[in-house]
Design a binder for this molecule. Structure first.
Ligand code: SF4
Ligand code: SF4
Length: 129
């Protein structure tokens, strides 16, 4: 699944764009979050991998802005909390908690990749959000 943020700007709100794309492409979109009103809004959707390119192009052709966010995914089963990644992060995604375990605030990640390369356990990977 590919997670994509769809941004609908003002002039698009009178058209049934999402349902049109769903019917045209025969795809099932999983809507994870939506904030839409008459002046515009955003919708976070999951698109099955095989449909992603087609569906994204369909939304773009109808004037919808597409944001594909990259972030990290951490395999906590592999992490040994060594802290190698912690000091490298330029935007404070990675912190040490009171019990000396490493915690991640993935929403802040700018996908620079520094922590991915630094991790001796290969516990971190970059993913499309
Ligand atoms: S990829 Fe970069 S911004 Fe994201 S957590 Fe790692 S070091 Fe921080
Ligand atoms: S470098 Fe890897 S193993 Fe070490 S704390 Fe970070 S994620 Fe965990």
């Amino acid at each position: 699944m590919v997670k994509v943020l769809l941004r609908f700007h003002g002039g698009l709100m009178n058209e049934p764009i999402t349902s049109t794309v769903i019917l045209e492409k025969g795809v099932k979109l999983n809507i994870l979050k939506a904030s839409i009103h008459e002046k515009g809004g955003e919708m976070l959707v999951e698109i099955p991998d095989v449909f992603a390119e087609n569906v994204i192009e369909a939304f773009k052709s109808k004037g919808v802005e597409i944001v594909i966010k990259r972030t990290i995914s951490v395999d906590l089963d592999r992490c040994i909390h060594c802290g190698e990644c912690l000091s490298l992060c330029p935007v404070d995604v990675i912190k040490m908690s009171g019990d000396y375990s490493i915690i991640f605030d993935e929403d802040k990640c700018v996908a620079c990749g520094l922590c991915v390369d630094a991790c001796p356990m290969r516990a971190i990977s970059l993913v499309v959000f």
